[in-house]
Ligand binder design. Sequence first.
Ligand code: AMP
Ligand code: MG
Length: 396
Amino acid sequence: MSKLLPVEEAQARLLALRAPLAPEKTAFSESLGRYLSDDVVALRDQPAAPLSAMDGYAIRHADLPGPWTVTGEVAAGAIAAATVGRGQAMRIFTGAPLPDGADTVLIQEDVVVDGATLTLTDPAPAYPGQHVRNRASDFAVGATLVAAGTRLTPGAIAAAIMGGGAQLGVGARPRVAILTTGDELVRPGRALAPGQIPDSNGAMLAAMLAVEPAVVGLPLSIRDDRQTLSKVLKDLARRHDVIVTVGGASVGDHDHVRGALEDAGGALDFWKIAMRPGKPLIAGTVGDALLLGLPGNPSSAFVTATLFLIPLVRHLAGAASPLPEIRHAPLLAPLGPGGKRRDYLRARLEGGVLAVFDSQDSGRTFPLAAATALVLREIDAAPRAAGAVAPYIDIA
Ligand code: AMP
Ligand code: MG
């Protein structure tokens, strides 16, 4: 048997096959989940002037302990008509610019007002500037608000908007085709003849990709026929950045992805990975498209999609860190020794503890439905006791 490729090496080789797609401009409303192509740099100070952080009265700290004469009011969006002089106060509301002369806000719960006379009833503010948001206290012009390669979250979008820009530069969304292969496959929900099974992988991969910045076609399913497969690959390659096939990636008489890739004029990059599930994995190119061939067993397809397909899509979409994050948590029960390939064990993280499922049969979908974590077990790893900390990938 040829030498198996370590997972990290295979991931690096896969991502090296293509550079990220060219960036494009996008509206804030379309930017969630996209990867920034440039740093978002603040074009303005925030706040642009000192603002009140509370509803209350703007005063000069030097005038404490009062009393004061209330001379007017200022609300958010307005500018005070007058300055605040010695012994004067101005009614102020959250988000309103502090009037000139004032430096501190008394909160309304701490004062009483009788006509125009304001008196402090509670302890005085501890320091000048209390309840005031200083100019640029959030960020100043030129600050990097969100770094290139970051996935845009709702909070990052808010910061980018507050920074004063009009749109965002993001990586383009790769166009992904999903192709399931197998004579036994039937569309989800359709009646099954003996020997047939529902095609679960197509919809599973589409669901995994639905939360990624990708344009994903409806899954196609074709029979185990090298010629048809080759034609379809060639055709899909014209309109897609990534073609992901599932099934037929091994070396059986009915496994045609490698052969079809050759017939389509494509190039094979590698195809045996030191991992379980998921050893047979094909990566290559057809025309300008990348081809990723995943094994058909549902758990194998899921694990290889997690480790290769999703990172590939994120890389093309401009992610700085496209690989799944490795976290750590203690094991609920002892774990046996590792074998000749790295295991990705289906498990559940409950109360911060990893419960690894008894059955790791890659053909089963039932454990896949319950799994929220993939526990990594290294090649030739020693057995581990309950409570030992293990690395895992969050798949919840
Ligand atoms: P293969 O990788 O084609 O050898 O398939 C391995 C196993 O996964 C076989 O039991 C297939 O029937 C099953 N399988 C292949 N493709 C799918 C699919 N799209 N949905 C569910 N099971 C599949
Ligand atoms: Mg098959």
